[in-house]
Design a protein. Structure first.
Lengths: 189, 647
């Protein structure tokens, strides 16, 4: 999970704080990015916003209360940034986007609650191996090859809508698998 | 939701709005959507190559921040006000109160934002000048217009657009919003909706494939429309007692004082469902009128007949509500005779409640031709969800192996390339015989097997267990809260194994035209199509020879009768009229429909006019052929007798 790369700004922070920031960044970035995506931010904008979150943390690191868990603090920053981000879209879409963002912010995502017991990356990889070969091929075309639903449909002789629905179901299965692994891990802990 | 997850930015505003409404209205949907977005993101992080270096990207941003972007930061601060978390009205948690500057020091994005802000300021400045000049004129115009509108007749305003046509005489009115006039006709194409709104707040949602004509609407007569065909939902503001809203159909007239209801007009039948308030519905055939109250429905048929009365819309929950036969208006002795005559295990449902059972109605059957109606339902659902284009699309576009390089191994004549989904579901495709598609009726398992395999493997991209879980349960048996684990998994896969109690739920779904509680599990029009599209009497039983089917293909279900008698529609048996002019089941009401095993050991019978659903399994086998010693008619005699003259 951690690599040897040091955060490239030894002069801005003292060593201890820089080290702490690095640990927080490495330890939280997958979930913070997932949290932002879960608020309905477009996929191609998630990482930009996530970078802003960590930049904000970096600039105001001393403001983070000691008793607050870093990931919770980061989610607060992320939520505010996302709502600002939605305000910048066209007026009509902004209202929908903002409403949806607020609804999703209140919605439950048991996936994001699993972090204490699991490395989400490893679990997701494990769950993917349990998928049928056809489903794994679909995921590969969508995420590794970055093909559009229309392209995948043409390659598999079906319709774009069928592809989207199939991927929807695959993600639902993965979600169930991750939650099951979390329950197992929690019971064993 | 699937489209939002993949292409949220491309979703049109209207669809985004509908998504917002849906996540608000449907419990659990927001959670589901959020989980989908989270998993989508996690998969992207893990599998998309360019996303693997996020930490390095953050480090670069930190370097930029330290090295040269401080000046840029202050210029941003000049142009774009600091957003304070305190100003965010949704921010209730003090620990979330983080003062946030405008994000991103990315230079390109910064430049674009600066330009956008400048353009916005310029356009606002210009607009202010124009607005001031228009404002004074607008005030005067509005005052005059309002005075005119509020005192003149109100024929409603319709939102016109793609797929919505307003015809005035011989002319088509072209405008995004049209103030209606008497004799205007509004038609909507399939899948397109529009709304008619009135000054008093009354609003009518006109669904796809509908035709409405404006009759007369004055302060004396009241609002009046002719619904010639289609589907209308209404939210009606309180109307003056002597000036109700009137909706006429070819079969009925509804007087509305103030309520919410749905009106469906199709094939000589008008169904009224009242959600709130009361509506008087008059059957034009004989002038009989009934008052339909909240959570009740009534059906007026062109041909008149019994059964025109308001009935409660009830659905079972996790378990069935039970009612004594007498309370349900059924004769218990006759019901006992019926059960004995059928044998096996079964149940009788009336008004959405369990009235009578025999044997063990919680035990699943072994699977039969009854599965045909399930596969037709799932085919129609695939069309509604746009996984398939339409019923008349060639199957080979989805099942490529039907035509391989133009000379399929199993079909040297290449005729199977012409098979359509409609032909396959109606057993007139010729698949498995030498008959050409659309020319002959042949009820055997080959066509059902191909349909099931195509829907599972090619449309849903699943295996049988996955399909069972992700389609059958998710879209049908789960929402209906089936109790006894109906499944298509077994030997062979694809035959529906279902207990009578759960089969009865499926029957109730079709009694209510695809609706289960407040959800339409299948579009009303498609559900109606399933039970009202009999194979033409011009198509004769097959006399073709057996032919090979695709390698690995299954023949699902036992053979059935050779004759369709003008009564076979998407796997359902209707009480239609055959080639000789005789009705399928003379003893039963005209609107009786049934799903039947080839030997009737398993069956589902739905009689909407009697509000009856009956299901049985594991009964003794019976030979049957429409029009000749049909045992079904004999059984239905008893069933109808149990309900005759009651309630």
């Amino acid at each position: 999970m951690y690599d040897d790369t040091e955060i490239a700004d030894p002069e801005h922070m003292d060593d201890v704080t820089a080290s702490e920031f690095e640990a927080i960044l490495h330890g939280t970035q997958p979930r913070i990015r997932a949290y932002i995506a879960g608020l309905g931010v477009a996929a191609h904008e998630v990482d930009d916003l996530a970078q802003d979150v960590y930049l904000e943390l970096y600039r105001n690191f001393e403001r983070m209360p000691l008793e607050v868990e870093p990931e919770r603090w980061l989610k607060g920053i992320a939520r505010n940034l996302c709502m600002n981000h939605f305000r910048k879209t066209t007026r009509r879409k902004r209202l929908h986007r903002k409403a949806l963002g607020e609804i999703l912010a209140r919605a439950e995502s048991d996936l994001l609650e699993t972090h204490h017991a699991l490395d989400l990356d490893d679990v997701l990889a494990g769950c993917c191996t349990k998928l049928p070969e056809r489903s794994r091929r679909l995921l590969s075309m969508k995420y590794e090859d970055e093909l559009s639903s229309a392209d995948i449909a043409e390659a598999t002789d079906t319709t774009a809508e069928a592809v989207r629905i199939a991927l929807y179901r695959i993600r639902a299965n993965l979600r169930d698998c991750i939650v099951r692994q979390h329950r197992l891990a929690t019971n064993e802990a | 939701m699937a489209r939002f997850v993949h292409d949220g930015d491309q979703l049109p505003d209207e669809e985004l709005g509908r998504l917002v409404d849906a996540v608000v209205d449907v419990p659990g949907l927001a959670d589901e959507l959020r989980n989908q977005l989270v998993v989508h993101e996690l998969l992207g992080q893990q599998l998309v190559e360019t996303r693997g270096d996020f930490v390095a990207q953050v480090e670069q941003r930190l370097r930029d921040d330290r090295d040269g972007m401080v000046g840029g930061l202050s210029s941003i601060a000049d142009l774009l006000p600091v957003e304070s978390a305190e100003s965010d009205e949704t921010n209730d948690d003090p620990e979330d109160a983080v003062s946030v500057t405008e994000p991103s020091l990315d230079l390109r994005a910064h430049a674009i934002r600066e330009m956008e802000q400048w353009q916005l300021r310029e356009s606002r400045s210009r607009a202010r000048t124009v607005y001031a000049g228009i404002a004074a004129l607008a005030v005067v115009t509005c005052a005059v217009t309002l005075w005119l509108l509020n005192t003149g007749p109100d024929y409603g305003v319709v939102e016109a657009g793609n797929g919505v046509t307003v015809t005035r005489g011989k002319l088509v009115v072209v405008s995004p919003s049209i103030a209606l006039e008497p004799n205007d006709r509004i038609t909507t194409e399939p899948g397109v909706e529009t709304r008619i709104t009135y000054r008093d707040g009354t609003s009518l949602l006109v669904r796809g494939d509908s035709t409405i004509a404006v009759v007369e609407s004055t302060p004396v007569i009241g609002k009046s429309l002719q619904v010639e065909a289609g589907d209308v939902s209404a939210n009606v503001a309180e109307q003056p007692v002597n000036r109700p809203l009137i909706l006429r159909t070819p079969d009925a007239r509804a007087r509305v004082l103030g309520t919410e209801f749905d009106l469906r007009v199709r094939n000589g039948r008008t169904r009224l469902d009242v959600r709130d308030g009361r509506v008087e519905l008059t059957r034009l055939a004989d002038g009989v009128a009934v008052v339909v109250g909240a959570r009740e429905f009534a059906v007026a048929s062109a041909g008149g007949g019994k059964g025109f009365r308001p009935r409660s819309v009830e659905f079972p929950g996790v378990t069935w509500d039970e009612v004594e036969p007498a309370e349900a208006g059924l004769d218990v002795d006759v019901l006992d005779r019926f059960a004995k005559a059928v044998g096996g295990s079964g149940c009788v449902v009336r008004g959405g409640r369990l009235v009578h059972e025999w044997g063990d109605p919680t035990q699943r059957g072994r699977g039969s031709r009854v599965s045909d109606v399930l596969w037709s339902h799932l085919l129609l659902l695939a069309i509604e969800e746009k996984q398939l284009e339409n019923l008349d699309e060639p199957v080979h576009r989805t099942v490529e192996r039907l035509t391989t390089n133009g000379v399929p191994e199993h079909d040297r004549r290449g005729k199977d390339a012409e098979i359509t989904w409609r032909q396959l579901a109606n057993h007139v495709s010729g698949y498995g015989t030498t008959d050409h598609p659309g020319t002959a009726f042949h009820l055997d398992g080959a066509q059902t097997g191909l349909l099931a395999d195509a829907l599972v493997r090619n449309v849903s991209l699943e295996d049988p267990a996955g399909f069972d879980r992700n389609v059958l349960r998710a879209k049908l048996t789960g929402p209906m809260q089936c109790e006894h684990g109906p499944t298509i998994v077994g030997e062979p896969n694809g035959l529906l194994r279902i207990a009578p109690r759960d089969l009865a739920r499926f029957g109730l779904l079709y009694l209510h035209e695809g609706r289960w509680r407040s959800r339409q599990l299948l579009d009303y029009g498609l559900a109606a199509t399933a039970v009202s599209s009999p194979v033409s009497n011009r198509i004769f039983p097959s006399d073709g020879k057996p032919a090979s089917i695709l390698p690995g293909g299954e023949r699902l279900g036992e053979p059935g009768p050779s004759e369709h008698a003008g009564s076979h529609s998407f796997g359902w048996w209707l009480n239609g009229v055959g080639r000789r002019g005789t009705r399928m089941w003379p003893s039963a009401p005209v609107d009786t429909v049934a799903a039947l095993a080839g030997d009737v050991h398993e069956a589902l019978v739905v009689i909407p006019s009697l509000d009856l659903v009956v299901a049985w399994t594991n009964a003794p086998s019976r030979d049957w052929e429409p029009g000749r010693d049909d045992p079904i008619d004999g059984l239905l005699v008893e069933l109808v007798a149990a309900a005759k003259g009651r309630r």
